[in-house]
Design a protein around this ligand. Sequence first.
Ligand code: TYM
Length: 329
Amino acid sequence: KKLILSMIQPTGTFTLGNYLGAVKNWGPLQEEFNCVYAVADLHSITVTQEPAKLRQNSLQAYALLIACGMDPKKSVLFFQSHNCNHPELSWVLGCSTQFGELQRMTQFKDKSAKHADNINAGLFTYPVLMAADILAYNADLVPIGADQKQHLELARNIAQRFNQRYGDFFKLPEPYIPKMGAKVMSLQDPTKKMSKSDENPNACILILDDKDTIIRKFKRAVTDSDTEVRYAEGKDGINNLMTIYSVVTGKTFEDIEKDFAGKGYGDFKMAVGEAVADHLEPVRTEFARLMNDKAYLKECYTAGAEKARIITQRTVSKVYHKVGFVDPK
Ligand code: TYM
């Protein structure tokens, strides 16, 4: 069976982008493959975090993964910080990564421009830890949104370089990027990706937003001066709404164009808001239930980390041997 791996950072609740681009696709993969999913808490401290808030957000992110369909019995579901093999492998891989490669990462360039007062070493080496997350499990497939593609390519390059130097060892992981929803755009500026860190709260749908909030944000979505609901170049706002609506309802663009022929943007925005809110309703309900059962969550993440460590300990031991460290036993 193929091994699937992906992770998400615990900053607040997930956005509709995180959900449609990644998390929504993770659950169904459990039926066919061995899946490893984690809350990337180590990655999250590359930007300043308030400790109490981070702990709360991390627990919420874990509960949300279950609420979004991850089954802790079927998948390995844990916190990245609970498996010390990730940073251990990251150190070795970092020594097979060039400064220039990390400098070219667009996410590093964006984030260091945005957090100019805190361009820490972790922010810079972030993609090496991500490579370690993936390679520690020898993952075959990594389901991610389009913005993580460059990091995955770097992970492949690091793996290849390690293999060349020390002999074939790591599999080269493949990205698994959905055809639709891989890049959900901001509702306020549809040329930018939807992001939690947007200053304008109307730009971003959070999957725990209530129905009224979701509908209100969609009603305010920036579109264009045309009136027809159709997918076309230059209609970034409408294209984004059509994509969201299509992923959530399963309707094709043609269906949508037919359904809304002769109707205005107002009707369409309302329909998108309703469809998204209804789609997310069960997630909200299940999330609330889980957050009331912390003992269950703890049971799940303790067991998950244990399973994760068993898989990765073998990798780290072999890697340590390959690079020439003395075997501890
Ligand atoms: P993160 O936490 O920023 O995002 C989690 C997932 O959501 C996707 N995503 C989007 N997809 C579509 N439209 C958007 N607007 C949008 N915004 C975010 C991301 O592509 C991602 O798949 N570095 C990773 C976490 C990570 C990881 C890993 C992922 C750590 N280790 C190993 C895969 C494998 C990150 O910060 O994702």
